[in-house]
Design a protein around this ligand. Structure first.
Ligand code: DON
Length: 348
């Protein structure tokens, strides 16, 4: 257990605004000067979380996308990326797995950047469904149909909203946006794409239902195909950490210093993640961790501590809701130990 005094000193130094870090003024010197101490303390919490959960074997890999069942289940990695670009990690943080639903807020962000946050609220919705990520019943029952950008329906709708001249242009923009968040050129995992697209009957049904209700804004097959490519992008836990840190850093990638999202849109995006990022477990996630996050059936989770850092983790075994068990537990433990929940410190 880390003492509260040490933890307070870490977070006083992490409160240095990103703009001062980027400009290299006196505040940056102070921040950088203190960086080794911050890193040592954060490393201790990450190491403890890793040791605490590394032996946990609960849950199983997703298998409705057949190739996901073949990912080695014991892989486990945890990473913290601070808004000044410091990386703290333990375990399998470089293994490339498919981003899956962790991609969804990042495409919603591209739509926000092109059309403003109102477009997301009006043309998709921002309410939680309280239902599984692939629910067709939610589309029938809830007037917004697509309901929010985190469920498959809303995410396919977000893909269809990207202003594009062609299917290729739609994919290029989404791919580039995701790569800008990661600070490196992300690669499509072709085997995952083939496995998912050849079995995408449920998502095809969703795309067609949305189109029927006037809540899809491109041809259904185009939206489905580009959405499936988006979900098949390969990322590591470290990539996810950098993507999350870009949101923690008010929309500027802390490694490349490139702005990816206007700072004034970040709160809306984080609010969507907080309300819907864990689907029908979003309430209990918020109740326990108090942080915006997004999960994916590839086993990745990214969590944002606004203005400070991101915590990302990867472990392929999932619970019934499609959320990675070890990643969820490790992040929740770290957030609790560090006392960074948005509603107040909330240790386990
Ligand atoms: O559309 C799907 O079913 C997958 N490409 C993504 C689902 C997913 O990651 C759900 N999250 N935990």
């Amino acid at each position: 257990m880390i003492s509260k005094v040490i933890i307070s000193s870490i977070f006083l130094s992490l409160l240095v605004p990103a703009t001062s870090c980027a400009k290299g003024n006196d505040s940056q010197m102070t921040s950088l000067h203190k960086a080794p101490l911050q890193k040592a303390q954060l490393q201790q919490v990450v190491d403890t979380a890793y040791d605490k959960y590394k032996g946990l074997k609960d849950g199983k890999n997703a298998d409705y996308i057949p190739i996901l069942a073949t990912v080695p289940s014991d892989l486990f990695g945890i990473v913290i990326v601070t808004r000044d670009g410091t990386i703290i990690s333990k375990g399998d943080i470089d293994y490339k797995f498919s981003i899956q639903s962790v991609s969804k807020p990042f495409t919603a962000s591209l739509v926000m950047q092109q059309q403003g946050p109102e477009a997301i609220a009006e043309k998709i919705g921002v309410e939680p469904t309280g239902m599984p990520f692939n629910s067709k019943i939610a589309i029938e029952l809830l007037k917004a149909r697509s309901v929010n950008p985190s469920v498959n329906a809303g995410a396919i709708a977000a893909v269809s909203m990207v202003k594009a001249k062609s299917e290729e242009d739609r994919w290029d923009q989404i791919h580039k946006n995701m790569s800008d968040y990661a600070g490196s050129d992300l690669t499509l995992l072709k085997e995952v794409y083939d496995s998912e697209y050849s079995t995408a009957w449920s998502n095809r049904g969703i795309a067609n239902l949305l189109y029927n209700y006037g809540r899809l804004y491109s041809e259904p097959e185009e939206a489905l195909n580009v959405y499936t490519k988006q979900c098949s992008l390969g990322v590591s836990a470290k990539d996810l950490g950098i993507m999350g840190a870009t949101l923690a850093n008010e929309g500027v990638n802390p490694i490349t210093n490139k702005r990816v999202l206007d700072a004034n849109h970040v709160p809306e995006l984080l609010a969507v993640m907080a309300m819907t990022g864990f689907y029908d477990e979003s309430g209990i996630w918020q109740y326990t961790s108090g942080l915006p996050a997004k999960t994916g059936v590839g086993g990745g989770i990214v969590t944002v501590v606004p203005g400070k850092f991101a915590i990302a983790a990867f472990s392929p075994r999932l619970n019934e809701a499609g959320n990675s068990i070890r990643a969820m537990k490790a992040i929740r433990y770290i957030a609790g130990e560090l006392g960074v929940g948005l509603y107040g410190a909330n240790p386990e």
